[in-house]
Design a protein around this ligand. Structure first.
Ligand code: PGA
Length: 251
């Protein structure tokens, strides 16, 4: 059995005060979360605060990006060892906003995946097609290529040490969600693609859905056999909504 993971992606939102309030709310409601593991991925500047507030709680935390390098002259970047020092368990890798606005290629994403593992972090590898790609009928080609790049670089066993988040780009922050059937179809394809390299890894790997997941649509999405949780953007900024999604995973 794969334990569902419900992870918040705050993106570049919040202040020290708003995050304190948000995490107080999340911690207070964790008693209702029976099945899912819960995590939040914070802007790196707040990680010290997040660590202080979440240490000893049931909520894990992580970063939103990582440098491919271990240290050195890379102004503005965050090394995996630094994220680990602040207690991060997870790090988001290859989010579509990084791929689009920062030119991250499949190769760079694969290198970041390895950098995360070297630092002992669990990478949350984001993949997904744009609207244009979906409408051209190449969704499977795109997500297949994104997965293959990581397998080619680090091998399927290392891929199995991470988590995958399928996030159709057209559903991120748009209020448009993939239907449970649409999402399940791609999730099953992803698992099948990985199974071609290792059936064992494919069976154990958690594949999250991301893209306008909210308290209203979470239960149906999470009920799909290949959807093992969610990567939650907008709805993770409200404690009640985030908790409602996490409790929707209760078995
Ligand atoms: P959203 O973002 O839930 O606001 O659509 C998801 C994400 O980008 O991880």
């Amino acid at each position: 059995m794969r334990q569902p993971l419900v992870a918040g992606n705050w993106k570049m939102n919040g202040s020290r005060a708003s995050i304190r309030e948000l995490l107080d709310g999340v911690k207070a409601g964790m008693g209702e979360v029976k099945t899912a593991e819960v995590a939040v991925c914070s802007p790196h500047i707040f990680l010290c605060d997040v660590q202080q507030q979440l240490d000893g709680s049931a909520v894990a935390w992580g970063g939103q990006d990582i440098s491919v390098h271990e240290s050195g002259a890379y102004t503005g970047e965050t090394a995996g060892s630094m994220l680990a020092e602040f207690g991060c368990k997870y790090v988001i890798i290859g989010h579509s906003e990084r791929r689009t606005y920062h030119g991250e290629t499949d190769q760079v994403v694969a290198e970041k995946f390895v950098a995360a593992r070297k630092a002992g972090l669990v990478p949350i590898l984001c993949i997904g097609e744009t609207l244009e790609e979906r409408e051209s009928g190449i969704t499977e080609e795109v997500v297949g290529r994104q997965i293959d790049a990581v397998i080619a670089h680090c091998g399927v066993e290392m891929l199995g040490e991470g988590v995958i988040a399928y996030e159709p780009v057209w559903a991120i922050g748009t209020g448009k969600t993939a239907s449970p059937e649409q999402a399940q179809e791609v999730h099953a394809f992803i698992r099948g693609r990985i199974a071609a390299a290792s059936a064992t890894v494919a069976e154990g790997l958690r594949i999250l859905y991301g893209g306008s997941m909210n308290p209203g649509n979470a239960a149906q999405l999470l009920a799909q056999s290949d959807i093992d949780g969610g990567l939650i953007g907008g709805a993770s900024l409200k404690a009640a909504d985030f908790l409602a999604i996490a409790t929707a995973a209760n078995a």
